[in-house]
Write a protein that binds this ligand. Sequence first.
Ligand SMILES: NC(=O)c1ccc[n+]([C@@H]2O[C@H](COP(=O)([O-])OP(=O)(O)OC[C@H]3O[C@@H](n4cnc5c(N)ncnc54)[C@H](OP(=O)(O)O)[C@@H]3O)[C@@H](O)[C@H]2O)c1
Length: 373
Amino acid sequence: MNARMVSRNASWSSLKTVRRTAGSLSKRLLSVRPSKLPAGHRACPETRTSRRSQGDLTNFVRRSGTDHPHRLPSTAPRTERTDMTAGSQITVLGLGDMGSAIARTFVARGFRTTVWNRTTARTEPLVEVGATAAPTAAEAVAASPLVVVCLLDGTAVDQVLASVASAVAGKTLVNVTSGSPAQARANERWAREHGAEYIDGKIMGDPPYVGTDHIMFPFSGSPTAYETHEPTLRTLGGIAYHGEDPGAAAVEFMAQVAFSYELLIGFLHVLKLVRSEGFDVAAFTERAAGSLAVFPSLLNSMAQAVKSGEYGPDLGSLDVQAALMNDMIGHRAAQGVEAVRMREIKDLMDRRIAAGHGDQGFSSLFELLPPQA
Ligand SMILES: NC(=O)c1ccc[n+]([C@@H]2O[C@H](COP(=O)([O-])OP(=O)(O)OC[C@H]3O[C@@H](n4cnc5c(N)ncnc54)[C@H](OP(=O)(O)O)[C@@H]3O)[C@@H](O)[C@H]2O)c1
């Protein structure tokens, strides 16, 4: 069977799977409603209302099963497991919605938890459930071997780390603040220069899901520190190790979130199109959602084509698809619906066809996306 046939068969068998799997897919999506959460998490109302959109988006990624956990390399140096039982000491810096949920989870699981927050009043609910509030970030760091940092952004992390520079030697910092791969690598350098181990983490899920299987934390950085502290990190929810490069977790996070946004803005434009024709967007979406079951095998087959550079006619040949694109653009223009992405696709198809690759499929457009080798 040649590459083309494999590609065609992957798409066709995916299509046949749609009807069979649509029911179980919707069951899976429903199964993660907050009502299914353990009682301890339902009793955390302050974490349930804000920043839903970010969490919901990352939960979508998690629930879609698109995370690709990497295991520790078998060559990773092994260290004594000194950590990781209830009763261990842990510090949480930052008690916003997410930091509070993290600290609350550690307290609930029996960790002796020290907390610090810039605005002191936010420590009070944690103290009420058993945490110890430290008056300064440096004193909070001094209290525990493992320090979880959960602040608004990289600027806040820089400011707080600067204030704890004299206290971090010998500690492991686990920074779960959102940020870029470059920030994670800079934080790791800073930690190393100050005698600390560094693990970078990102959060794919909402605060109420902390401590459940419905939130995902990709981690990267020091393999020895990760191995030592893995049982404690597992307390937070689903976890995955993406390698020694401290920026790897951020790469995963950025790519997963971007994947969702790229998909969802297209979905909103499609809803505009459906409504512009006078049709019901909810009924359309019900049908369209059933097609999502096609995507795992289609995406995997596209990734294989990109990886190998062997492009079969996935979704059909470009010669045929380019003609369809003209219809898509024309329809949108007639309805006054924005068509910038369709025009981009058509432009890429035309260029690929002009270069003699009209028999290849959609995946082959990858060759024209910047940066080009
Ligand atoms: N909430 C979510 O749904 C969610 C989901 C996934 C990932 N995340 C990520 O988790 C991290 C924390 O989010 P969050 O929801 O907890 O945010 P938040 O509720 O807005 O809390 C922000 C925290 O950062 C602190 N902070 C901000 N600037 C600071 C500074 N210059 N110095 C010291 N502390 C500072 C705040 O302290 P004060 O109390 O003094 O203002 C507060 O503790 C973010 O990186 C976010 O992207 C959040």
